[in-house]
Design a protein around this ligand. Structure first.
Ligand code: SF4
Length: 224
C-alpha cells in the first residue's frame, strides 16, 4: 500500500510539459484503424473501465431513464482470476473491463460510425483517451504487450499511429489526460485495497473502489 501511496504522489507531481515533450518526441496521430478497440473471440478486447466511467457511459447509450440502464451492457468483470464452474464463471476479481460483443470487439466499436468507430467518443474512458501511451509508475495500467517505445517516464504501446507528427497543443492535451489517468488509476487501486475483504460467495464477485459487487453492478449482499 505504501508504495502505491508513493506512486500516487509521483503521479500528482508529474509535469504536463515534460509528458508533452515525451509524447512529441515519440510522435502520434490516430489513424482511426480501430485496432485498439478490437479483439477476437479467443482473445477478447480487455480495457479497464472504472465505476464512475461505467455510469457515465450508461445514459449516453440512449436510455431514457435509469431503469433502462444495464451495467452489463457496458462492463464485464475483469476476467483475470475467474474460473469456469458448473454454472458458468465463478470467483473473485478486481475491476471491470469494457463489455465486448460476440466477436470479442469492444461493445462500443462500430467500424461504420463517424470519427473512427467509437460510438461513445465523447464519453470514452481515460484509457481509451490516452492509448497508446502509459506512464511507468507501479500500480497504473499498462496496455497488453510490451512497450515499443519510451521517452522519460512515458511508454508507447503497439499502434500504427506512433511516430507521426503531433502538434504541441494536442500533445499537451494528451499529456494532461495521461496525468489525470495515472492519478485516477492509483487512487482507484488504493481504494480497492482499502475496501477489499475476501468473500465466500457463489458466482462472480468484483472488487472495485466502491466495494464488492455482482456482475450487474449491484453491491454484494454479505451474510449478517
Ligand atoms: S470505448 Fe470507444 S475508444 Fe474505447 S475501446 Fe471502445 S470503441 Fe474503442
Amino acid at each position: 500500500m505504501n508504495s502505491l501511496v508513493d506512486e500516487l504522489e509521483a503521479a500528482r507531481d508529474l509535469e504536463v510539459d515534460a509528458l508533452a515533450d515525451a509524447i512529441e518526441s515519440i510522435g502520434f496521430e490516430c489513424t482511426h484503424c480501430g485496432a485498439c478497440c478490437r479483439g477476437t473471440e479467443a482473445d477478447e478486447h480487455t480495457a479497464t473501465v472504472f465505476p464512475d466511467e461505467i455510469r457515465t457511459l450508461g445514459p449516453s447509450q440512449g436510455a431514457e431513464n435509469d431503469a433502462e440502464y444495464d451495467w452489463r451492457d457496458i462492463a464485464r468483470p475483469m476476467p483475470y482470476g475467474l474460473r469456469e464452474g458448473s454454472d458458468g464463471l465463478e470467483g473473485e476479481t478486481f475491476e471491470w473491463a469494457l463489455q465486448t460483443d460476440g466477436c470479442g470487439d469492444c461493445t462500443f466499436y462500430d467500424p461504420t460510425a463517424d470519427g473512427g468507430g467509437c460510438t461513445v467518443h465523447e464519453n470514452r474512458p481515460l484509457i481509451c483517451r490516452t492509448y497508446p501511451f502509459s506512464v511507468a509508475l507501479e500500480g497504473t495500467s499498462q496496455p497488453m504487450g510490451e512497450a515499443v517505445d519510451e521517452a522519460g517516464i512515458v511508454r508507447a504501446h503497439e499502434c500504427e499511429g506512433l511516430g507521426r507528427d503531433i502538434d504541441r497543443k494536442e500533445a499537451e492535451t494528451l499529456a494532461a489526460t495521461l496525468k489525470r489517468r495515472a492519478i485516477r488509476e492509483l487512487e482507484e487501486a488504493i481504494a480497492v485495497l482499502e475496501r477489499y475483504q475476501s468473500v465466500d460467495a457463489d458466482g462472480v464477485v468484483v472488487h472495485d473502489s466502491e466495494g464488492a459487487k455482482r456482475p450487474d453492478g449491484t453491491p454484494l449482499e454479505r451474510p449478517q
